[in-house]
Design a protein around this ligand. Structure first.
Ligand code: UDP
Ligand code: MG
Length: 330
């Protein structure tokens, strides 16, 4: 039985790979003889997979899941969690922004009885001002409207006990906003703090458009408020319109018909059409997400695995089951 599983999604991380293992492996070996590092190659095109295989030949504790294309970090992470066999599992980014040096501390807390150990970014000065600003507002908005509370400045870097990983495996949804799901499952949680470093090499895989969509996904999968708010808005507007109608009727009865009013009519028509379109757009966002859920496509497809015993490829958990049952895909 493996004690610690590290799960690392990798998308074109050829440049950081060597640095990553160089720093990670000695630290892990200092903590436990029984570990595995599961690297999920998320459709890389820069030779990441070949380089990973070289590392696997040198150290069989480094295992590889190669996805059939780029599925995104959330799906890559999910596949790694599905395959991890450790009694504790820790997602770690490949770019060394999650410093391996604090792993011993996290593992210590777990051995003392914690089921989740959050790594909080105490110092984010290495992140750009724009990223810190948008992250801050995202967390504030999320706290306001979502039913689940996610801790600010905590990423996917956290230790998860086997119980927690199994719980996550039970969640059937396709839309995997991992930070939200991690928080949703709960369990006994403690924290450690660290300073966020700069990316060791290579480039960030998230541009602002991707981040925006990621944030939208997070908000819409954990809150129905954007959907429900429109009925209140509509109600308030109808009430106002009713009063205005009475006023107009009375005015017409007293002063007669008043023809001019093109500008006011146009502005009202344009304004309310805009509002209606926004409401429909929000509705569309939810319907699109429903559509994705209903199709029940697998979260990811595995092309090949390296370093896992063949029995490990048997379907175990729902998310993994879907990925392997060809009847479901057909
Ligand atoms: N990643 C991935 N698939 C993607 C995008 C990113 O597996 O489609 C991985 C990436 O290789 C890295 C981690 O997710 O290990 C975090 O990505 P990155 O460092 O680019 O994000 P940032 O830290 O800038 O938010
Ligand atoms: Mg990074």
């Amino acid at each position: 039985m493996t004690e610690i599983s590290i799960v690392t999604p990798m998308y074109n991380e050829y440049e950081t790979l060597d640095l990553y293992f160089e720093r990670l492996i000695p630290i892990l070996e200092g903590v436990t003889p029984s570990y595995e590092v599961i690297c999920v190659d998320d459709g890389s095109t820069d030779g990441t997979i070949e380089r990973l295989k070289t590392h696997h030949r040198r150290n069989p504790n480094i295992k590889i899941i190669s996805l059939s294309r780029n599925f995104g970090k959330e799906a890559a992470l999910t596949s790694g969690l599905d395959y991890a066999s450790g009694r504790a599992v820790i997602p770690v980014d490949a770019d060394l922004q999650d410093p391996p040096e604090i792993l011993p501390q996290m593992i210590e807390k777990w051995r003392e009885g914690a089921q989740v150990v959050l790594a909080r970014r105490g110092d984010r000065s290495e992140d750009t001002a724009m990223k810190r600003f948008s992250a801050h507002w995202f967390y504030r908005l999320f706290a306001r409207i979502a039913e689940t509370t996610i801790p600010e400045n905590v990423g996917d870097f956290r230790l998860l006990d086997r119980t927690v990983v199994n719980a996550l495996g039970q969640l059937p949804e396709r839309s995997r906003f991992m930070k939200g799901l991690f928080a949703w499952v709960g369990f006994r949680t403690v924290e450690v703090e660290y300073a966020r470093e700069a990316r060791a090499a290579g480039q960030t895989k998230f541009n602002y458009w991707k981040l925006w969509n990621f944030a939208l996904d997070g908000l819409l999968s954990f809150s129905t408020l954007p959907l429900k708010i429109w009925s209140y808005f509509g109600f308030a507007l109808s009430a106002f319109a009713a009063i205005y109608l009475i006023y107009l009727l009375v005015k017409t009865a007293v002063y007669g018909v008043d023809v001019p009013g093109y500008a006011s009519i146009m502005s009202v028509v344009l304004f309310f059409n805009g509002i209606i379109l926004v409401g429909m757009g929000v509705l569309g966002e939810y319907v699109a997400r429903l559509f994705i859920e209903v199709k029940r496509r697998p979260l990811y497809l595995v092309n090949e695995v390296t370093g896992f015993p063949t029995s490990d490829i048997e379907p175990l958990r729902p998310s993994r089951l879907d990925s392997f049952d060809s009847n479901k895909i057909a």
